[in-house]
Design a protein around this ligand. Structure first.
Ligand SMILES: Nc1ncnc2c1ncn2[C@@H]1O[C@H](COP(=O)(O)OP(=O)(O)OP(=O)(O)O)[C@@H](O)[C@H]1O
Ligand SMILES: [Mg+2]
Length: 421
């Protein structure tokens, strides 16, 4: 294990917190591979709809997830790449311009144009987390991906700027710091998930990533190889469970169990005549229902979530540009029928997104749609290490280690992320 190449990803969701420790093994900035060394999980209790509602509780979940991951990996980390999402996320497209200084366009011309695009005034209560170059225009030639080496006098750039609310970001950092770690970078969760499950071809052709979590459903649309739209729908698996509570008269915990054991999001997939027994109180007596009824409740709510996603993507102008269809991730993505229903509601092909490409080590233990974000975070971190922007730093775990005490990592280095999203 090369301790200089250890990275950690932390996905704090409203239902569960996942930590992954991995070793970077490739050198290509675009496709560095990672060996998964440790995966830790904890039930989250301090988050509401994707933002920290209780720092102490969130801190405890982070602590448990990371301690478990470290135990399995046999190594300690002192900083993490942490996911962030929620309704406070905003994205805008910004233009920058630079005149070309030499005979042909150089890296420094590109950096100047990008710096102009990036220098948008940002509201005091917001932070810029990603500045992603989309495409360039050289003189009058539009849609250029890599202008370096081209001849021209005027270079224009279009950048996608993603900002987040400062207070959700601060509360997240605070929770991680109280747990004894440092946030190396915040990464937008659906962008991380996209890294672990989408193929280059899908992003080129046009694809919508739909991450159905517990509290929210996050959207990321790619077209012509670039991120084009981000969205959040304020509903997820929790709403499906609440509908089961009301529809079937069971507790929240039993609703979750029923959903995970017998749930199906696409009613026509359930066999006619299949019966399930409901957990019941003495007064309720022995209760049995057709599994179709459970599927009906789930189908209704899930299609409403998908319809909201369709509307959001349509308003952004990308519904007709999804030639590669829809990829569903998030915990709810494990439910049978999720791809079939997505295909029906969107009217295009759909599949479930499982992390898997470029993974070694304990890759098997993260092969489920709920790990898409956490795996994407370590892949993103690996890309940063391969790019030379940061160096990972871990420490072998020994029994005498009481707390992470080693020096912090090199400071945050801001580079343009054209190689990532
Ligand atoms: N096999 C399954 N079938 C149906 N639902 C499932 C299954 N496994 C997990 N879920 C549901 O997935 C949801 C959790 O998803 P996930 O772990 O992606 O959420 P999260 O990241 O904690 O939340 P969020 O991203 O919304 O903040 C819960 O509602 C859970 O009941
Ligand atoms: Mg999540």
């Amino acid at each position: 294990m090369n301790l200089d190449r250890l990275v950690a990803g932390l996905d704090i969701g409203s239902a569960k917190t996942t930590a992954i420790i991995a070793e970077v093994v490739g050198d290509l900035p675009r496709h560095p591979s990672v060996n998964i060394l440790g995966v830790g999980q904890a039930r989250t209790t301090g988050m509401r709809r994707g933002v920290v509602a209780d720092i102490e509780e969130t801190m405890r979940c982070i602590n448990k997830a990371l301690a478990d991951a470290e135990q399995i990996a046999g190594a300690r980390v002192d900083s993490v790449f942490c996911g962030i999402a929620g309704e406070h996320v905003q994205a805008v497209t910004s233009k920058g311009i630079a005149s070309v200084t030499g005979a042909e366009i150089s890296r420094s011309d590109v950096e100047r144009a990008n710096a102009v695009a990036r220098a948008q005034p940002i509201a005091q209560d917001r932070e810029l987390i990603h500045a992603i170059p989309q495409e360039y225009t050289v003189d009058k030639n539009l849609g250029i991906r890599d202008p370096i080496g081209m001849i021209g006098t005027r270079l224009e750039t279009e950048m996608y700027l993603v900002t987040i609310g400062s207070s959700p970001a601060m509360n997240l950092r605070k929770s991680v710091e109280r747990a004894g770690y440092r946030v190396q970078e915040l990464v937008l969760e659906p962008l991380a998930a996209a890294l672990s499950v989408l193929t280059e071809d899908e992003k080129e052709l046009g694809v919508a990533l739909v991450e159905v979590g517990a509290g929210t459903t996050d959207l990321a649309v790619f077209h012509e190889g670039k991120i084009r739209h981000l969205g959040t729908i304020g509903y997820g698996g929790n709403n499906v469970s609440s509908d089961i509570v009301h529809g079937l008269g069971v507790t929240q915990t039993d609703a979750e169990r029923l959903k995970e054991a017998y749930g199906c999001a696409y009613e026509p997939m359930v066999q006619h005549g299949e019966i399930i027994r409901l957990p019941s109180t003495v007064a309720q007596g022995d209760r049995q229902i057709p599994r179709e009824l459970l599927a009906h409740i789930i189908h209704q709510r899930t299609s409403e979530i998908y319809e909201l996603a369709v509307r959001d993507i349509e308003e952004a102008g990308f519904l007709k540009r999804l030639a590669a269809g829809v990829v569903v991730t998030g915990g709810v993505g494990a439910m049978p029928g999720m791809a079939e229903l997505a295909s029906e509601v969107f009217g295009i092909g759909a599949r479930i997104g499982m992390p898997g490409e470029f993974l070694g080590g304990l890759a098997d233990s993260v092969q489920a749609p709920r790990y898409a974000t956490a795996v994407g975070l370590v892949q993103y971190a690996a890309g940063r290490v391969a790019q030379g922007a940061i160096s990972g730093k871990g420490k072998r775990l020994s029994m005498s280690d009481a707390a992470p005490t080693f020096a912090g990592l090199a400071g945050r280095v801001k580079t343009y992320l054209q190689d990532f999203f």
